[in-house]
Design a binder for this molecule. Sequence first.
Ligand code: FAD
Length: 340
Amino acid sequence: MKRDHFHTIIIGAGPAGLSCARALAAKGKRVLVCEKNKYIGPKICAGGVTLAGLGQAIPSQLVERQFPIQNVSSTFQKTRLIGQEPLVSTVNRKDLGQWMAAAATEAGAIVLSDTAVREITTTEVVTSKGAYGFDFLVGADGSNSQVRRFLHLPVQKIGVGIQYHIPASMPEMVWHLDPRQFNTGYCWIFPQAHRTSVGAYCFRRDMAPKTLKSRLHTWLDSQGIDYHGLKPEAANINFDYRGWRFNNFFLAGDAAGLASGLTGEGILPAMISGEEIAATIIDPQHQPHRLNRLIKNHKRHTRLLLLAGKNRFGCQLIMEGLILALKLKLIPFSALEMAH
Ligand SMILES: Cc1cc2nc3c(=O)[nH]c(=O)nc-3n(C[C@H](O)[C@H](O)[C@H](O)COP(=O)(O)OP(=O)(O)OC[C@H]3O[C@@H](n4cnc5c(N)ncnc54)[C@H](O)[C@@H]3O)c2cc1C
């Protein structure tokens, strides 16, 4: 039987894969997206996006809640950052994924769900539904990327996020940075339309997930937030960036390690890298300015994280200094964004 051949095969229908598929298909390329999950969209994620970043790239009906006020606290300070416009909004990952999949399909991409990639060679991928040939392969398969393993790229810098979904939309968005409890990490309250993500994130090297979970519980108890009986969700966030272009193979989003190691922000980096990879495949002379800026910010975030992780006192100083600088408006809240 003749094997079906595609100009580009993309593994993973997250924000990285779908943004890449849409951009390539819009230029008339024959594109296949293979997604192992039955349903496109759902993902362990708090859904926090900034207006200046992702907020500009998605229709307003996908935005669930908007927050002009950010409550930021640390061991010694508490502040309310008030913006003219919403500083951070929340989206529902299922709705975002469904919208992105529809846009990619409308542009002409073939998006196959329930299709796990089992094997990769230099010319084809073998999936649960058959083998497909390609000219270009994009690994957009998340933090545990098979394409990255095929390229023999290790993953040494990994963050971990743990969250509960409280079945009510809480009134305010909260960030809590306390190095005595969370080292370089933080915990959050991100309300969505009908539920609230409460969780914690940290660099795995600094703290074991089990410790992070028990400290999150202590913080939730101190806030009077009842998580008992709810199921915790946890996932890794790869931020070990080692390149995105490997001849006719590409890595996007978490597979490339492009999420921030400092904040865990990864949706917008995934989308930007997906689009920039598509532009590079279409025109090898393309100058990926947006991706270059992202990589620069990624390096800055990693440097700050590694510096803060050196000792508890230094970390405390950096966290308190950061909150003071935000409070005094010496730096804007957007300075922490990856696409800044
Ligand atoms: C607890 C937590 C909270 C977070 N909160 C935020 C937040 O508030 N804001 C933010 O910006 N970021 C957040 N992130 C990070 C964000 O979720 C990721 O950075 C983002 O989803 C990366 O997008 P991606 O497309 O690269 O990968 P993913 O969204 O992980 O998509 C990868 C896709 O590939 C598929 N796949 C994997 N292997 C295969 C295979 N072999 N065959 C076929 N398909 C495969 C997967 O099923 C998945 O659908 C959070 C992460 C965690 C863990």
